[in-house]
Design a protein around this ligand. Sequence first.
Ligand SMILES: Cc1cc2nc3c(=O)[nH]c(=O)nc-3n(C[C@H](O)[C@H](O)[C@H](O)COP(=O)(O)O)c2cc1C
Length: 169
Amino acid sequence: MDLFDAIEGRRSIRKYKEESLDENTIMKIIEAAIWAPSASNLQPWHFTAILNRDIIKRIRSFSPGMFRENPPCIIVLSLNKNIIKAQGEGMGNDNVFDLAMAAQNMMLSAYSLGLGSCIKLSFNREAVKKLIDLKEGFEPEFLITIGYPDEIPEPPGRRDIKEVLNVVR
Ligand SMILES: Cc1cc2nc3c(=O)[nH]c(=O)nc-3n(C[C@H](O)[C@H](O)[C@H](O)COP(=O)(O)O)c2cc1C
């Protein structure tokens, strides 16, 4: 798939088919994630792939905006603050950018494999942390739902390039 077609064609999917994902597919998506750039190449990320339908149901039950969604897979993107601390780097929020880079790689690779996805910022971090038993120093920052799409959403509009680009010559 052409990269620009993937960038334009990827949509946030909020309705999925029942079909499950196999673990090889998840490995491919995580492989794409770990090739993302990160500040000082710290790679301070950690991924929890949840395929268990009961756990997914529980996450949905405390995530506003996901109540009516039915993904067969949720990947929790966490910051590994232990890595950041060990490298003596600042503990600001900057490392969340690294996770965002990984997230886009994941969503584009999912799309290229015929899957839909949606990144979620709106979820209960403490509840997810407890539910998946994250270790000390690991902080969930995003969820990504993934599955076979059961909808073709209209592309939400984009600001015109003339509004957002200024070329300085
Ligand atoms: C940082 C971030 C947080 C988001 N959080 C949510 C969310 O909590 N729930 C949701 O349904 N979509 C969420 N989205 C998806 C956006 O709504 C979506 O990307 C946007 O409307 C554009 O649609 P598109 O992804 O189909 O191009 C989030 C996107 C980003 C980048």
